[in-house]
Structure formats: structure tokens, C-alpha cells
Design a protein around this ligand. Structure first.
Ligand code: XMP
Length: 515
């Protein structure tokens, strides 16, 4: 396994995902993590990430001294390379201007890391890389040689082949660096000697053994929501402990079209998982009556969900453990925080948290996995592709997609309209091209002519966005013909809707959800 010490770069998680994609387990720890634990971790190689700081600043973050005493290979990326240089007796300087974007790197001295990147034309070996840095290395430390340069940066990579310590100024983890994957492979496979053991099949086998060991003969409770994470946990735990797993599925009335039936068909009927379905629709609608403030609605839904879940949990005997779909991004410690993130209780509904007095131990078999790994594990466990690769769905569900007061008849119309939209996206091969798509119910009436009669009915808005991280997003440029078809179907098939509009707002300033 590999240990990545994070200096705060936005790309650090990407490094970890790339390493794992090539079949090697790794973890991300903050650069100021307890050195004793770093030593105890037993990594076969260390990667020092990039970061926003300058090594020329007086209290610049540094790699712990112990890292250099481990005798394992080290790769410094961007800031990681600069701190290697600064800490080991070389020099760094603050650049006059930031270098950002593509660069062509010329390999000037062969080393184990940059070997074998000869292009079709042969020599001299070059790499097309992505750069984003302010400072740079101006003199390499004793024992190091300069291995690559660009026209504007004389020292863009360095190596100490004896100690197997390497530095690169560019970012091998981003896809813009064409041979970046191959470079990381060379580092973890050849230089560190890690084998490709991190596969979906191995993860499952390993987690099954761990869960069995953790819970023994005890019973485990899981809130199943139909979302990707809780579904994968259900499939995994069912394989590990069979009947000792009980799932509770709460139908809030605010789910996707026929989602309750699908969850039951999939897990209870098809896989034989013990699932208790709770029909709480009326309670949710009653609780939401008269409330139109978005935050108030979220709180009501979150609180009631926990109440219902707890009531059901209390009926099940002998439960000692609560399973959760916590994933690695929920728990990664960020650079600069010694304590790391507090342990967040992630209700599968993720609008609230489960109360402490339930006194259940936690089972979190996805705690070490990134979302893409969770999906691969899900497929390996036999969950259908369309379920595992679903768009995200907010915890409060349709509750935040019916603007203002939530009423059962609105929820019914919205779920159907949304289903038509999603069904057509899938049919036209557009579903996987957008990051998230859904319908929104607007409680305003507009005039239309339906048949011969004048209608005065509700409006549906369609929203589809493209995004990498859901922090910023573009509205998806869906074809006019496609939007036309969806609009016609919704208006023709749903009595009560006389107008469909398409949301063309970017985030920022508009959020993805309307509430
Ligand atoms: P916004 O609307 O903030 O959404 O641009 C960003 C992403 O978060 C999802 N979202 C939620 N998820 N509970 C959730 O579990 C919520 O209350 C919630 N609000 C927004 C949204 O669907 C999008 O993917």
C-alpha cells in the first residue's frame, strides 16, 4: 500500500483514485499527521501531494523527518517536489508568474520513473503534461540529478536513484497529463513493488471477512434508501451475514416513481434480503402540511425520517449493529487538521443523523472506498448497472422539488413527470451524458388549451446539468427535438400539467436543486 501525505492540493483525492485504479490500496493523511502512525502504517511508498503554500514562507508545511528514514520510495508532486528540494538541501524560489496549463517536458537524463516514455518518433523522450504552480525548484539537493526540463522551467523533474526519491513539478494525476497514468504505474508497480491486489473482487472478499469478524453472530440493521451506497452495503452484508441483516426501507412518499416497489423487487424478492417496508407517506404529508420554507421542510423530513426509522428499529430484537453507507470522501482528513474530520454519522438519508441512545455499534464496509469503487463493487456483487450508475437523488427527495407546500397530488404528478423525463433520457442514450437530471413541480397555474377546452394548470420545469463535482455546473444542452418530445409526453399524459419549461441557469449562481 501507498501513503499519500496531503499538503492541501485540490488534486489530492485524484492521486488516490488513480493509484487505486491501477490496483493498489492507498490512503490520504494530512502532512502533519502523527509521524509514529505514519511509520506504523507500513507503506511501500510515499507520495507528497501538491499544495497551495510556498516553501519559501517561514512556516511552510514540511514532510515529517521520519518519512525520509523509512527507506521506501518517495514521489513528490508539485509542492511535494518543492518541499523535497527545500528540506533535503536544495533551493526553491518564488516564480514571478504562475505557470498554468499544458507544457512539453523534455527528459534530459534517464531515471526509473521517466524511462520508457519515448514517443513514436523515438528520442528525445518527451511528455505532454499539465502544470499548475507558482514556485519552482532552482537547485536540486545533494544526491539528486535533474531529469527533465521545459523551455521555461529548467528543473521540472529530479531523481535520486540511489534512495529512489523522485520529484515532478507537473501533475501526473490529471488526465491532461497524457502519460500520467503510466508514470504513476511505474512508481507504484516497478519502483515501490506494489502488486495489483486492490480489485472489486478482493475488496468484497476482504470486507466480508472483516464484517463477519466484527459482528460475529449479532444482528445488523441497515436503512435502505434505494441510493447507491446503502444498496451496495445491503448487497455486501447480505453476502456476509445473510439473514442476520435486516433492512428498513421507509417510503416517505417523496421518492422516485415506484421506487418502493423496485427496492422490494430487487432486494427482497430477487436477492432474498430481509427488508421491512414502512409506508410512512401519510405521516410525511401530514407533517409537511402548511410548510413552505425550504429549510423548515428539510428539517421536518429529516426529523420524521429518524423518528420512523427508530420506531421500526425498536421492534426488531437483538440488534447490536447499525450499518451505514459512509464512504471515503466522508472521512478523509484534510491537510492542516491534526484530528481529522469528526466521525460523522451519516444517516442513509443524509438529512439528519441517527440518535446516539440507540447504542449500536457501527458497521461501515464502504468507509475506505471512493464512489467509483463503490459502484464497481456494486456491479461485482450483481447489482444492475442502471441502479449502481444512477444520478444522485437528494435525501429530502421530492420534498425539495415541489416548490413551497408539499401535497400528495403534487408529489404524484412530479414523480410521473420525472419518470417520463428519465425514461426518455435513457431511451435516447442521454442519461449517462448528463450528471443529474430531474423535474421540478412549480405550484403556479398557467393557461393552456387542452383539446377544445381552456385549461388553467400547473407547470413542470425540467433541469439537467453537467458537472464534475456538483459545486459548479452547466445546464445540459439537450437537443430541442428531445425536449420537445418530453414536453409533449408530460402534457399529454399528465392531467394537471399544461406547461413545461427548461431550466437554463448555471451554478453559480443558481443551485442545482430549486430549493
Ligand atoms: P445544490 O442544489 O446545492 O445541489 O446545487 C448540489 C447537489 O446536492 C444535492 N442536494 C442534496 N442532497 N440532501 C441531499 O442528500 C439535501 O438536502 C440536498 N440538497 C441538494 C443535489 O441533488 C445535487 O446533487
Amino acid at each position: 500500500k501507498i501513503l499519500i501525505l496531503d499538503f492541501g492540493a485540490q488534486y489530492t483525492q485524484l492521486i488516490a483514485r488513480r493509484i487505486r485504479e491501477i490496483g493498489v490500496y492507498c490512503e490520504i493523511w494530512a502532512w502533519d499527521h502523527d509521524p509514529a502512525e505514519i511509520v506504523a502504517f507500513g507503506a511501500k511508498g510515499i507520495i507528497l501531494s501538491g499544495g497551495p503554500e510556498s516553501t519559501t514562507a517561514p512556516d511552510a508545511p514540511k514532510a515529517p523527518r521520519e518519512v525520509f528514514e523509512l527507506g521506501v520510495p518517495i514521489l513528490g508532486i508539485c509542492y511535494g517536489m518543492q518541499t523535497l528540494a527545500a528540506q533535503l538541501g536544495g533551493k526553491t524560489e518564488a516564480a514571478v508568474e504562475r505557470e498554468f496549463g499544458y507544457a512539453e517536458v523534455e527528459v534530459i537524463s534517464p531515471c526509473a520513473l521517466l524511462d520508457g516514455f519515448k514517443d513514436h518518433a523515438g528520442s528525445p523522450p518527451r511528455l505532454d503534461v499539465w502544470m499548475s504552480h507558482g514556485d519552482r525548484v532552482s537547485a536540486v539537493p545533494p544526491g539528486f540529478k535533474v531529469t527533465a526540463r521545459t523551455p521555461s522551467v529548467p528543473i521540472v523533474a529530479m531523481a535520486d536513484e540511489e534512495r529512489r526519491w523522485y520529484g515532478v513539478q507537473f501533475h501526473p494525476e490529471v488526465t491532461h497529463t497524457r502519460q500520467g497514468g503510466a508514470l504513476l504505474k511505474r512508481f507504484v508497480h516497478e519502483i515501490c513493488g506494489c502488486r495489483m491486489l486492490w480489485t472489486a473482487a478482493n475488496i468484497i472478499e476482504d470486507q466480508i471477512a472483516r464484517v463477519r469478524e466484527q459482528v460475529g453472530d449479532d444482528h445488523v440493521l441497515l436503512g435502505l434508501s434505494g441510493g447507491v451506497d446503502s444498496s451496495v452495503v445491503a448487497a455486501l452484508l447480505h453476502r456476509a451475514i445473510g439473514d442476520k441483516l435486516t433492512c428498513v426501507f421507509v417510503d416517505t412518499g417523496l421518492l422516485r416513481w415506484q421506487e418502493g416497489d423496485q427496492v422490494m423487487a430487487m432486494f427482497a424478492e430477487h436477492m432474498g434480503v430481509k427488508v421491512i417496508r414502512v409506508d410512512a407517506r401519510e405521516r410525511f404529508f401530514a407533517a409537511l402540511e402548511g410548510h413552505s420554507d425550504p429549510e423548515a421542510k428539510r428539517k421536518i423530513i429529516g426529523r420524521l425520517f429518524i423518528e420512523v426509522f427508530e420506531e421500526e428499529a425498536a421492534k426488531i430484537e437483538n440488534v447490536k449493529w447499525l450499518a451505514q453507507g459512509t464512504i471515503y470522501p466522508d472521512v478523509i482528513e484534510s491537510a492542516g487538521s491534526k484530528t481529522g474530520k469528526a466521525h460523522v454519522i451519516k444517516s442513509h438519508h443524509n438529512v439528519g443523523g441517527l440518535p446516539e441512545h440507540m447504542k449500536l455499534g457501527l458497521v461501515e464496509p464502504l468507509r475506505e472506498l471512493f464512489k467509483d469503487e463503490v459502484r464497481r463493487v456494486g456491479v461485482e456483487l450483481g447489482l444492475p448497472h442502471h441502479m449502481v450508475y444512477r444520478h444522485p437523488f437528494p435525501g429530502p427527495g421530492l420534498g425539495v422539488r415541489i416548490l413551497g407546500e408539499v401535497r400528495p397530488e403534487y408529489a404524484e404528478l412530479l414523480a410521473r413527470a420525472d419518470h417520463i423525463f428519465i425514461e426518455e433520457l435513457r431511451r435516447h442514450g442521454l442519461y449517462d451524458k448528463v450528471s443529474q437530471a430531474f423535474a421540478v413541480f412549480l405550484p403556479v397555474k398557467s393557461v393552456g388549451v387542452v383539446g377544445d377546452a381552456r385549461a388553467y394548470e400547473w407547470v413542470i420545469a425540467l433541469r439537467a446539468v453537467e458537472t464534475i463535482d456538483f459545486m459548479t455546473a452547466h445546464w445540459a444542452h439537450l437537443p430541442y427535438e428531445f425536449l420537445d418530445l418530453v414536453s409533449r409526453r408530460i402534457i399529454n399524459e399528465l392531467r394537471g400539467i399544461s406547461r413545461v419549461v427548461y431550466d437554463i441557469s448555471g451554478k453559480p449562481p443558481a443551485t442545482i436543486e430549486w430549493e
